[in-house]
Design a protein around this ligand. Sequence first.
Ligand SMILES: NC(=O)c1ccc[n+]([C@@H]2O[C@H](COP(=O)([O-])OP(=O)(O)OC[C@H]3O[C@@H](n4cnc5c(N)ncnc54)[C@H](O)[C@@H]3O)[C@@H](O)[C@H]2O)c1
Ligand SMILES: N[C@H](C(=O)O)[C@H](O)COP(=O)(O)O
Length: 313
Amino acid sequence: MKNRIAITMGDPSGIGPEIIFKLFKNHNLENYDIKVVGIKDVFKDFGNINFEIIEPEYKGEKRFPIGKVNAESGMVSMLCVELAVSLALKREIDAIVTAPINKKSISIAGFPFPGHTEFLAHLTGSYDYSMMLVGDKIKTVLVTTHSPIKSLPDKITQESVLKAIKNAHNAGKYFGNDHPHVAVCGLNPHAGDEGAIGNEEEVIIKPAIEEGRKIGINATGPYPADSLFAKMLSGFCDIAVAMYHDQGLIPVKMESFGNAVNVTLNLPIIRTSVDHGTAFDIAGKNIASELSLLRAIKTADIMINNVKSTKYI
Ligand SMILES: NC(=O)c1ccc[n+]([C@@H]2O[C@H](COP(=O)([O-])OP(=O)(O)OC[C@H]3O[C@@H](n4cnc5c(N)ncnc54)[C@H](O)[C@@H]3O)[C@@H](O)[C@H]2O)c1
Ligand SMILES: N[C@H](C(=O)O)[C@H](O)COP(=O)(O)O
């Protein structure tokens, strides 16, 4: 049986519908059983639709302004995610792959979540999840997700760092390595220089790495983040653990933007996503690339095939 994957439409004011249409038009998808969760009317201007669309219950206006923040687009994009998650929890599909949402539009639509990741955690009752961005050589798991910088000191704890280390270890299998070398970034410049420039490395990050090592994870660090990612390009480690969003995502996007995949680890469902946003600046121009979406489908397929056969720590 082919793996059953639902792609959520994303924000209809952005490039989500366009890249979904291009995915079906330009690629051979016969190895997968793919459905789209979205609004049919949104796709009809692109041409003949040769894929199945499941619609969420949505009673509002179905014409969405292109390239503009608005509450209706935010609302419908989240309703699609909600429906896809319910199908995944009922095991009617094997994975969800998400097209991009706009964080401002979902906020004015009344969803108090800064992204899919946190909404998915809410819908599935998950706490020990992590965001991972998968580039070609650079693969990063984050300790904190969409957190304002000023909130970081409270969120980077021994527990949250250890959680990310475990999730990074367990993610190795998806990339052909059951025992990955997980290299952990410091938080401060030069990883604190042994306490000379901040002490989070000494009192939080090193103890978390030690805990990880005690349960058999090949975790090392903390390393100065400014040089770790350059070393990663030469094969120094398999997965990096980064303390906050931009520390981990800038290196992935520098290396692989447009071809990387966002994975939410340790949910009770499989979820992958594109590495880019709604790109309002190019929405409606027919120039958006669907390649990250294709990669997200392939990654979800690998995860589905691997998930049953793996031992978790
Ligand atoms: N997976 C997601 O849902 C997701 C991911 C990232 C950002 N976002 C959200 O999207 C919105 C816009 O974010 P942003 O402007 O920071 O980033 P963005 O990724 O939307 O755009 C950054 C730049 O990359 C270009 N770009 C993006 N995707 C492209 C594609 N497929 N093909 C060609 N060019 C592409 C855009 O035109 C823009 O110049 C924000 O609300 C952000 O929070 C959502
Ligand atoms: N952090 C992601 C990125 O920059 O690519 C993006 O915001 C998407 O996050 P969600 O999957 O949580 O929406």
